[in-house]
Design a protein around this ligand. Sequence first.
Ligand code: 13P
Ligand code: SF4
Length: 324
Amino acid sequence: MIAGQTMREPDVPTLSAFELVEGIQRMKREKNVVFLAHYYQQPEIQELADFVGDSLALAQAADRSKADIILFAGVHFMAETAKILNPKRTVLLPDLDAGCSLADSAPPEKFRAFLDQHPDHVVVSYINCSAEVKAMSDIICTSSNAVRVVNSIPADRKVIFAPDKHLGAYVQRMTGRKLVLWDGVCEVHVDISLDKMKFLLGKHPDAKLVAHPECPPHILAEADHVGSTTSLLDFVQRDPGSTFIVATEGGILHKMRQAVPHKTLIAAPANVENSCACSECPYMKMNTLQKVHDALLNGSPEIILEESVRRGAEKALRRMMELG
Ligand code: 13P
Ligand code: SF4
């Protein structure tokens, strides 16, 4: 090849969005697939899924599933949870690099050392963690049931809460329990701008603020309602208010707008200079229609787990699920 000349890509047939959707729907039927998606997925993915929900509802849907293949449009720990509960089924994640800053904040070897420094504690881990960390935990929680899970632990027991320190601090306030907190945060929720949010509240004095408990305390202090993504969606439907500022990842706005098209919904802006763009989770947004299509076509990327880790993680997860 002559220096400076670029090699021509071989001709790869590109599919239109219509062809991708058509192919996904056909393969879903042919291969006996259940397609689960989180609220933070792109709208076109949510529209194709059999079930869209928060992390608790998705874990429960995976647990109920009888399909041969679980196609999970979410982040790695969510698909991994589906595999922990379904060791015999194939679990596909369209992009294996779709991680989570909270899960990454707790590497298993550091978490082990932390537990060794705090013997005799009950270990409660937020579902946003790796299978290895789940296997080191006594019980798992999600943002829907974290308060209930901690309240289920006898009052005389000392408790570690990991990896989200803001969710942990919120649970501490709600339960009145002193918790030993792991120092992790969600990079998306800590980036919501208080100044821009206050500016919006000034412009819309009747607006109510709904916030996910991964937000830091200064945001939660302003909120009219704090809850998981499902809980925020429920609140905007049942509350008589007509304007809501939504402090969580912007993907939830898709289902909210479908549920209450007559209400005004404003995404709380992120801390980006000269922009009022909403907070986006870069990991959630790694899944695309093309990758969903290719995952079904190729039967990969697949979640594979070491059996001893899976079994340990399942024990902690089942304890949570038994609480209902
Ligand atoms: P939910 O429990 O509301 O699904 O939240 C999961 C999550 O990753 C929020 O950032
Ligand atoms: Fe993780 Fe935050 Fe993304 Fe949720 S929004 S998946 S906690 S990085």
